[in-house]
Structures are given as structure tokens and as C-alpha cells.
Write a protein that binds this ligand. Structure first.
Ligand SMILES: Nc1nc2c(ncn2[C@@H]2O[C@H](COP(=O)(O)OP(=O)(O)OP(=O)(O)O)[C@@H](O)[C@H]2O)c(=O)[nH]1
Ligand SMILES: [Mg+2]
Length: 360
């Protein structure tokens, strides 16, 4: 801090007019830049050059709900699509507080240190309220945020999970075209969002904690079943022994699950995201997985299946949206909700009535 008697360089000298801190011409230039919206072609060209500003702009268009933006966003995605797919996509999940952000910071830094370009995205259906978990913890990813080879995008705030998931899928394409070869997709362990994330990644990583004997109770069986790797975090200090014990227990539990189509047997490791321990081992395991699934062609097959899944999902989503946005449907729906509640009409008959009106 400046001591009061020291002369500040910022102090205005008597009789001398202070120059504007920003010149008028640069203000004009900035305003012109802001006013001028780059065309889809310009954005595509810059994304392909690895320009993060263009990437962010394109993602904003993808996330926008306006019809005008939708068309432009679709053009950009179309232009980027031939350059996408050259990456690996890793889903990371775990209950709040397990250390996802801390882990992504450590893991992301490790990846960039070995020459990877890392994009971090999030699927967080609750983000319309909390404004995205990643945004809130930029401080936990302090180093990664500054890393030239990393790109962090807070989750699309959203209406429905389906909508958020679609936007995330399109964002993946844009990130890949921009040269990011490792995509990390974080989701909060609440259940539904895992399924959406699972359907857009190649590898699914579950972060867990060593508990006091009840470790297997907190996680839903379905999520464990999806995991290709369980990483027990916070294996440091007093917790090391318990983490090791938990590892044995998880290993035993994983044996009870049916064998995966990938031919991969899920693994369990321990790490300390905070102290940067066990991070390289996580990457080693993931590399093993990719070697196996690329060799046995499961990797491509899964991506093809995912594309088909997203084709159907997108249609479902848009049909639903179109239906519920229909003003007459909205009016009639409200009336029928009451009627159903008062037992004046059966839910099925009411549904039929609405659909008939919609199709007319
Ligand atoms: N001892 C220890 N603490 C850790 C470790 N990783 C994370 N933590 C601490 O655990 C707390 C939660 O970590 P976060 O990374 O914010 O967890 P999160 O899963 O992102 O949490 P949400 O964003 O709320 O879902 C923080 O206080 C971290 O410092 C670890 O490896 N060891
Ligand atoms: Mg977090």
C-alpha cells in the first residue's frame, strides 16, 4: 500500500491537464469492434486457428435461445464438424465437496504439462440458480484458468437438462475444432445429469471419498455401474489408510457388476488432488483404456451409437419444446390440469385432447 507521504504517480499535478486514460480513437475502435458481429465464416476460420475469443463467441451463440442465433450457431457447427472428433472426452462426476474442481485443476495442469490442450465444460442442471458451479470456483482452478493450453467454460444455464446437454454436445464440437484434444466434462453427482454426460463421453470417471465403512451406500448403483474408473480422492494425511481400505472395498464391489461391452474392467485408484498425488496414475489408467478400446474398435462404435442417441434426443427435445411453447396448448393445458385435478376428466383423455388440438 502507498504510504500517505509518498508521492503517487497517479496524483494530478497542479496546472497540468490530465490526459484521458484511454484515447478517444481506441474507444471508438473498441466500440466498432463490439458493434460488428463476426459472420459465421469469420468465426469458423478463427476457431480453426485456435482463437479462444472466437470459440467463446460461438459457444454463446450455441447457448442462446433466440431463433436468429440458432441459425448462425448451426452454420458454425456445420463448418466445424469436419474438424471435430479428434479428441478424447472424459466425464468427471462426484458428489458436492468430493473435490471435482480441485481434481480438475490438478489433472488439467498435468495434462497441459504433457502437451495436451484441455477444455473443461460442465453439465449442471441446477446452474440456472447457482450460475454454474465452475464459474463459482474459478479460484479453485486458478492455475488452469491462466493456462494458455486450457479453456474453461461454465455450464450453460438452462431450462431443461436435455437442453443443457445438447448445448454441451455442440460445445464439445466447437472445442475440438479449436484444437482442444482432451475434453473434461464435469457434472454434479445428482443422478440424472450423469446419464446425459455418460452419453457424450468416451470415459467416465467417478470421484469418491473414503467413508467410515459406508462408502458404498452414498453412491447410486447406476452411477457406479457407468464408471470406468473410480478415483478415491483426499487420500492424504490421516485419510491414507482409509482410502486404501476403500479401494479394496470398491474393487470387490466392481466385481459384482456385469462385464462391460468395452472389454474393460473398471479400475479403482486413490489420489490427493490437493497435494497433486496420484494424478499421473489416473492418466495412465485412462491411456490404457483408450489403447484397449481403440484397438478393439469399441471407441468408434460407442461414438456412432452416441450420435444416433443424440439424433433422437434432439428430435424429442425440439418436439417437446414446440408442443409446450404452443400458446393454445399452454392455455388448454392449464384448463385441463385443473379438470384432471377435479376428476372431471381422466389424464389420458386430457392428454389426447391436447395432442389432437396440437396436430390440427
Ligand atoms: N485433504 C484434501 N482436501 C481436498 C482434496 N481435494 C479437494 N479438497 C478440499 O475439499 C473441498 C471441496 O473441494 P472442491 O474441489 O470444491 O469440490 P467439488 O467436488 O468441486 O465441490 P462442488 O463444486 O461443490 O460440487 C475443498 O475445501 C478442497 O480444498 C484432497 O485431495 N485432499
Ligand atoms: Mg466444484
Amino acid at each position: 500500500m502507498n504510504s500517505s507521504h509518498k508521492k503517487s504517480a497517479l496524483k494530478e499535478n497542479d496546472g497540468i491537464e490530465q490526459p484521458d486514460s484511454i484515447s478517444a480513437s481506441s474507444v471508438e475502435q473498441i466500440q466498432k469492434f463490439r458493434r460488428k458481429q463476426p459472420t459465421a465464416e469469420e468465426l469458423i476460420a478463427n476457431i480453426l486457428k485456435g482463437d479462444k475469443t472466437a470459440l467463446s463467441r460461438a459457444i454463446t451463440l450455441v447457448e442462446s435461445t433466440s431463433e436468429k442465433h440458432l441459425e448462425k450457431a448451426n452454420d458454425i457447427i456445420k463448418g466445424c464438424l469436419p474438424y471435430a472428433n479428434q479428441s478424447i472426452r472424459i466425464g468427471i462426476t462426484g458428489v458436492p465437496g468430493v473435490g471435482k474442481s480441485t481434481f480438475i485443476e490438478a489433472f488439467g495442469k498435468y495434462l497441459t504439462s504433457i502437451g495436451k490442450k484441455v477444455a473443461v465444460l460442465a453439465v449442471d442442471p441446477s446452474s440456472s440458480i447457482s450460475h454454474g458451479s465452475i464459474l463459482g470456483d474459478k479460484t479453485r482452478m486458478e492455475e488452469l484458468v491462466k493456462d494458455e493450453n486450457a479453456y474453461i467454460r461454465p455450464s450453460a444455464s438452462g431450462e431443461s437438462l436435455g437442453g443443457v446437454a445438447r448445448k454441451t454436445r455442440e460445445t464439445i464440437i466447437l472445442c475440438e475444432a479449436c484444437g482442444f484434444d482432451t475434453i473434461l466434462i464435469e457434472t454434479v453427482g445428482v443422478g440424472q445429469s450423469e446419464t446425459a454426460v455418460h452419453s457424450m463421453v468416451d470415459f467416465f470417471l467417478l470421484l469418491n471419498l473414503a467413508g467410515a465403512g459406508d462408502e458404498l451406500q452414498g453412491i447410486k448403483r447406476g452411477i457406479m455401474e457407468m464408471a470406468d474408473l473410480i478415483v478415491i480422492n483426499k487420500a492424504d494425511g490421516d485419510n491414507v489408510k482409509r482410502a486404501r481400505l476403500a479401494k479394496t472395498e470398491y474393487n470387490r464391489a466392481l466385481h459384482l457388476f456385469p462385464i462391460k461391452n468395452s472389454g474393460w474392467s473398471p479400475k479403482v485408484t486413490t489420489c490427493s488432488a490437493l497435494h497433486n498425488e496420484g494424478i499421473a496414475e489416473v492418466w495412465e489408467t485412462i491411456t490404457e483404456y483408450f489403447n484397449l478400446t481403440k484397438e478393439n474398435h469399441y471407441f468408434e462404435q460407442k461414438r456412432k451409437e452416441q450420435n444416433q442417441y443424440w439424433l433422437i434426443e434432439t428430435i424429442n427435445e425440439q418436439l417437446k419444446q414446440h408442443f409446450y411453447n404452443h400458446p393454445e396448448v399452454q392455455k388448454l393445458l392449464e384448463e385441463n390440469k385443473k379438470a384432471v385435478q377435479n376428476n372431471e376428466i381422466s389424464p389420458f383423455a386430457a392428454a389426447q385432447l391436447l395432442l389432437n388440438m396440437y396436430h390440427k
